[in-house]
Design a protein around this ligand. Structure first.
Ligand SMILES: *Cc1c(COP(=O)(O)O)cnc(C)c1O
Length: 409
């Protein structure tokens, strides 16, 4: 770990050497740690010119900003390097000036979680572990299973009862051992936590393992580079546990710290109305109060977000805000993003777009702003929700006159 200087607790500020510490021993499981780097040294190495000379567009081009050794074995999968494209027609429909989509559904297992799982798998190998485990609403699990397969590790996954079938199919095909917990995500999470302690498995849970957020931040590093070292005015990210938005902010902060960009964007943290404890904590300024999550967006249906503090701090530091959207707004955003931009987003990913739409309506995001929504997962991961959001097909007999009756109507 050439550029990592240590770990710092986000609650009490205590510092630890970067070995296998998972959470702050003083604060317990809430004492989430943050990885610190020797940025002066990174700055000398990670220049615009050095980056331009690296042909691989994937996330390892940022290795000086990742907590991995210079000679670490990496998974032979294309992680990161996802496309960033303008979506003009969608912007017009939503009342936004400029809208860009960062399509992270185009990762190996079709979600942004691959960025984190890749780092997790590399760290597990580095720590000489054979088994890596996580609890997940679906995407962290399927991505971990894929990365473990690519690295020759065994994956043990705790999933809640209601994980969408395509995500379950992915992790079974990737050869993971799947424990379907009769209960919700929060119970699966607890169980996994205790199992890791008991059997010494490498814990991929993002909120506990400080290294995973580091993978997630590469999405922002890429955005800066793809925009020619500029950043949007607003970046929308959906929030469940809070790791994704925390990572997103860290990436933008580092870009500015290294002098690669001059500004940072405002973050728009988006939660589903039925699972919005982070928004509540952001607005009240008080510690998080758990809720019973109710939303179709399974990836952000989190009642006890583990990384709420990092998320709230990130949004506040960025000068942005948190917003909630209804399931109907999420469905509308799925239809609009698909039909007007050709991007198929799963509900939690469409939530970011829905959040920008609402922020535009409420005047939170001005029309002249350059906005970006991170499409955090692909719509094929939850086809049932997609079919609920989509219009019905038109039934016709195999007869051209019947087709004519429809198309000429
Ligand atoms: C995990 C996930 C999120 C939210 O990330 P958190 O770190 O839980 O806040 C959003 N969208 C998708 C598709 C995800 O898989």
């Amino acid at each position: 770990m050439s550029f990592v200087t240590g770990l710092k607790c986000v609650f009490c500020g205590a510092r630890y050497p970067a070995r296998t510490v998972m959470t702050c021993p003083k604060c317990g499981v809430t004492g989430i740690l943050d990885v610190e780097y020797d940025y002066a040294a990174v700055k000398r190495r990670l220049t615009r010119r050095a980056l331009a000379a690296r042909p691989d567009p994937g996330q390892w081009r940022w290795r000086e900003l990742l907590p991995i050794g210079e000679r670490a074995r990496l998974p032979a999968l294309a992680v990161g390097g996802s496309p960033l494209r303008p979506a003009a027609a969608l912007a017009r429909r939503l009342g936004l000036g400029t809208l860009l989509l960062k399509d992270d559904g185009r990762n190996p297992s079709a979600s942004l979680k691959d960025r984190a799982s890749a780092v997790g798998a590399v760290k597990a190998v580095e720590a000489h572990r054979r088994v890596i485990a996580c609890a997940s609403t679906g995407n962290a699990a399927s991505s971990l299973a894929g990365m473990a397969a690519a690295m020759g590790l065994k994956a043990i996954i705790f999933v809640p009862e209601r994980a969408p079938e395509p995500k379950l199919a992915q992790l079974l095909i990737f050869g993971a051992t799947v424990l379907r917990v009769r209960g919700g995500y929060d119970q699966a999470w607890e169980l996994c936590q205790r199992a890791c302690e008991r059997w010494g498995w490498y814990n991929r849970n993002c909120a506990v393992n400080p290294y995973l957020v580091e993978g997630k931040k590469t999405v922002s590093l890429e955005i800066g580079e793809q925009l020619g070292w500029e950043v949007p005015d607003w970046v929308a990210v959906s929030v469940g546990d809070g790791c994704t938005i925390a990572g997103t902010w860290k990436g933008f902060r580092e870009l500015r710290l290294l002098g690669l960009t001059r500004r940072t964007p405002k973050l728009l943290g988006v939660q589903a109305e039925g699972a919005a404890p982070v928004t509540a904590a952001f607005r009240s300024g008080e510690p998080l109060r758990p809720v019973e999550p109710r939303t179709m967006a399974d990836s952000i249906a989190v009642g006890v977000p583990r990384n709420w503090k990092k998320a709230v701090d990130a949004v506040r530091e960025s000068g942005g805000t948190m917003i909630n959207v209804s399931d109907e707004e999420i469905r509308e955003a799925m239809r609009a993003t698909g039909a007007l931009a050709g991007v198929f987003a799963e509900p939690a990913a469409a939530a970011g777009v829905a959040g920008l739409a609402r922020a535009a309506r409420e005047g939170v995001v001005p029309r002249r702003a350059v906005t970006l929504a991170v499409i955090t997962g692909n719509g094929l991961k939850d086809t049932r929700s997609a079919l609920e959001a989509a219009p019905r097909p038109i039934e016709v007999p195999p007869d051209l006159d019947a087709v004519a009756a429809v198309v000429e109507r």
